[in-house]
Design a protein around this ligand. Sequence first.
Ligand code: KG4
Ligand code: ZN
Length: 376
Amino acid sequence: MQTADDNASGALILGIESSCDETAAAVVRGGREILSNVIFSQVATHLAYGGVVPELASREHLRAIAPVVRSAVLESGSTYPDLDAIAVTAGPGLAGALLVGITFAKALALALEKPLIAVNHIEGHIHAVLLEQAVEYPALALVVSGGHTHLYHLQAPADYRNVGRTLDDAAGEAFDKVAKLLGLPYPGGPVIDALAPFGDPCAVKFSSARIKPKIYRAPASGDEKTDFSFSGIKTAVLRHIELNAMGGAIEARRRALAGRAAVPAEDLRALCDPRTLDLIASFQHAVVTDLVEKTMRSAQQLEVSSLLVSGGVAANSALRRAFEQRASAAGMRACFPSRALSTDNAAMIAAAAHPKWARGQFAAELLSADPNLALG
Ligand code: KG4
Ligand code: ZN
């Protein structure tokens, strides 16, 4: 016989994610067991523009949402009536993109007479780690993606306190913009990750003033806060390109890659001269060092037991290596999601919804998109 407790630990939640350029749906049982995880990426649509075009993103979500949700339910081996709740990303993200997922989730919840759960996208990224592994508390979570570079102090799984953020660009945004400046495809993070090992990370020195090192005590709360800033390094790369007359080679590379999707790393490498590879390696080294140093300082000040690193940039090989080394030297455990769950997906949204489901924390009928939804 099934008890109320069995049901609480095994709630079947359909998650829907549409905050940026991935239309995703997943069915997760009990916040941990992924039964399906379907992701439709719009990269091909935005490739020609070197970044996400909000209007196009909304249209693509509208086209993809029904088949993506249907596939997720089918692949999970469950049916709509089996679901205990529908969870959806309510923000932060692109307003028009969020509205597609929210409207679809609301309609589904209404038609199926199931509760609707609103999830913060950043909370989702944190749950991408909690979904796959047990974490010791207190913990410090670095959520580092195309839209966010945030630090959260966690005393318990759903107890978040913001202790750091970027003042301008997110780290992933810097990867994307630098790749674009160099005539490389979107998204720039995986491309720079693949090319950086072929350059000298110490070839180009970015002055430390470009990335302001800053940990300070907030006057109101007395909390230690950490600021990140990545717009300066992007400008420094541009300046380096101009000073070293690299424009011609960049234009030639842009033309060679125009209209090509999913270009193999060896083809990209063949299009980059040693100076370009050195610049790529030095840029990645500077960003990784900054993220790791500031996060480790904050982690030590807060005396946490675990370090969670999630979001698209958490897929970066150099970042993972650096965090693993530094955390283990400091007696902490560094926890990452698997690469598949590092970038946007809906399994993390369904997982983040589970504790809310157990608490009966359901969304109001008036739920709308909040592009700047804060966490903690
Ligand atoms: O989490 P995500 O899929 O979407 C947002 O919430 O923004 O993150 C996408 C970001 C992009 O900026 C992309 O360039 C970056 O994550 N990214 C990477 C890597 N894979 C994705 N950055 C560095 N190295 C990677 N391997
Ligand atoms: Zn994300």
